[in-house]
Structures are given as C-alpha cells and as structure tokens.
Ligand binder design. Sequence first.
Ligand SMILES: Cc1ncc(COP(=O)(O)O)c(C=O)c1O
Length: 397
Amino acid sequence: MTYDFSTIIDRTDKDAIAVDMIPVEGATVQEGFSKLPMWVADMNFATVPTIQESIIQRVNHPTFGYFLPREEYFDSIISWQDRRNGVKGLTPDAIGYENGVLGCVASAIQAFSAPGESILLHSPTYIGFTHVLEDNGRKSVLSELVRDNDGIWRMDYEDMDKKLKENHIHFAIFCSPHNPTGRVWEKEEIKKAMEVYKKNDCIVISDEIWSDIIRPGYTHIPTQSVSEDAKNRTIAVYAPSKTFNLAGLIGSYHIIYNNYLKDRVKKQSALSHYNSMNVLSMYALIGAYKEEGHVWVDELCDVIAKNVDYACDFISKNFDGITVSKPQGTYMLYLDCDKWCKKTGKSLDELLKAGIRVGVIWQDGRPFNYPNTIRMNLALPYSLLVEAMNRLKDYVF
Ligand SMILES: Cc1ncc(COP(=O)(O)O)c(C=O)c1O
C-alpha cells in the first residue's frame, strides 16, 4: 500500500458530525467506550495528500477574488471520467458545477416537474432524495427493489412502468451505485430501466456520486453510456466528495449532453445565485483527480472490500437474525434486523441504542424506506471495525 488507511484519526473538534453528533434520539455513549463513527457517509481515512498540496499552494497566494473555473478543472474531470468510467468524447460544455449533488437534484426537479407532482424513486431510498423532494413540495412514488434468491437487490421493471403510468410521472431519480443497498447495476439492468423511462417520457437524474467506490471485480456503468437515448435523457451527477472525503468542501458536477436539459438545469440553478464554485473546492478536485488520486482510490477500494468481507462474515457467524446483502459498491452496509426483532421481541430502537451505548455509532435505516434496518458505514480503519464488531457481539447480540 502506498497510502495509509490504518492510522486512527481523532476527528474530535475537527468539524465532523460523524463524531460530534449522535444520530439516534435519546441514545448516549456509555463512559469508558470510545466513539466509533459508523453512520454519516464520510470516511475516517486521511485523504490523498495531493488534495491538501493543491489547496495549500493556492492558499499561499494572497488574493481570492472572483474567478472562472480553470481549464485544468475541466481537463481533470474529462480525464478522470475517461480512465475510471470509459467516457469518451466528453467536452467542457457538458460539464457544470453543482453545489452538491442534492443541489442538482433540487434544480432538476424544479426544472422538470411542478409542485405537487410525483417523482419515481427506488426504495430503499437515499434519505437525501426524500428530503429534497419534501422540501420542494414534490411527492415520492417508490418502486421497491426486491431481493432475488441470492439476496441481490433487483429492480422491478414492471412495477416501475406501472407506477410511472398510474401517477403520470415524467421525472425519476436513479441512484447508481445504489445507496443504501450497495448495488452496482449491470449494463443490462440500466438498459432495461432506461427503456422503461423512455417508454414513459421520463427524464432521469442519475446520481453517480458513488461511482468510484466499487468492489474489485465489479464495474460502474455510466447511465448515459447505455444508449443514445439514455445519453440525451439523463442528467448525470458526480463528485470527488464521496470518493475523497471532501463533503465539507462542497463541489459536485453534472454531465449533461442534451442542450435542452442542460439549459433548463442551468437556468434553474442560476435563479438563486447560490450555485457558485469556491476556489478552494476547485483546487481540491484538481488535486484529487491526479495520478496519485487514481492510486489512492484503487487502494481505498481494496481496503473497503476487506472491511466488507470481514463485516459480512462476522455478522453471519455471530449476529443471529441479522441478514445483509454484500455491497458491490459504496462503503455502506444495510442490515436487515427484522428477524432479530421478531426473535428477541425487542424493537429496532432498543437495538440502535444498545449499539450506541457501547460506542458503535450506527444509523437508523428506516428513514431509507425499509422496515427494521440499520445502515452502517465501513469506511474506517480495519482495527476499529474489528473493535466495533467485537463490542456488538459481546454487549449487544
Ligand atoms: C446517493 C447520494 N447522493 C448524494 C449525496 C450527497 O451529495 P452532496 O453532498 O454532493 O449533496 C450522498 C451522500 O451521502 C449520497 O449517498
């Protein structure tokens, strides 16, 4: 390993809700137990040093006036997308800054749906989508992902089609890879989904923020790559924030090829005058998308795969009544605790609090639209993951 993913970093007093907040109401960490942050989607690893170097180099110059994104910003994205996702022919005019992926979701739903209209999403659902839709007065219509005989989450195309028709829906949010199930959709699956959207005249925002965090052996397929129609129907959103732990710096971007979609999204986001890039976040992206960034992400993916294997194995051996589908991407584990709740007669709230009591700060999975679930973040040093699993075994299960 070139980079260090095993040092335990103390994030106390370093502006991190991962350790400053307990996400379950009424839950507390008992004295004597350290906090193991395993909830909000950021990582407990030091990011690739080229990011800090790039920012520091810029900070050393003492002016921070109005600016335009540098050519290097666009070049960095174009080359990153080419090398990681096989995207050819991407040009700067298809790329646009977004003040967060969710900011782009908000602009897009305002551009392509009316207040009160329904939007199609899959469930389980990333909670951020639910909030954006609620905040903007749109209704969520959920098409449930279903687990096949091997426990792999699949889309139900018939159900998607039915719900699009019944609810006169013309805008959908597609999450690829999928949070919180960790599915990395196969090309055929994306193709079929895009056919359903096409049949129903549905514009799609494809949230691909997790596209770099892929288990070795799996491949991220950009939604826009599956057909010419998909290329023109889709607003794709990416960011270095999930990949490199830069959420606090803000700085996502869209790729939109179709001029009609692009102009509508850009106009909508311009209305608030809030969608402006910060010069330091531009340099963070440039530092991230360097050669060193590629090496760092490859190593990160190996580290996460090892953590995922360990956690899934440990859970199946030691936590009777908890089932989990092994994520193919992301660093999130979505625990189905239904059998455990039924077997023990205890509630999910009790389970959540019992874990937090011994310092395992995990997250209620129910707001992601699936009953009796817990979401667990595995982006932490292996030694801390082992510690968390042992505490859960000894004190909770
Ligand atoms: C699927 C998904 N989309 C978007 C976001 C948030 O993105 P941003 O901070 O760029 O709005 C997250 C964060 O966890 C996420 O998991």
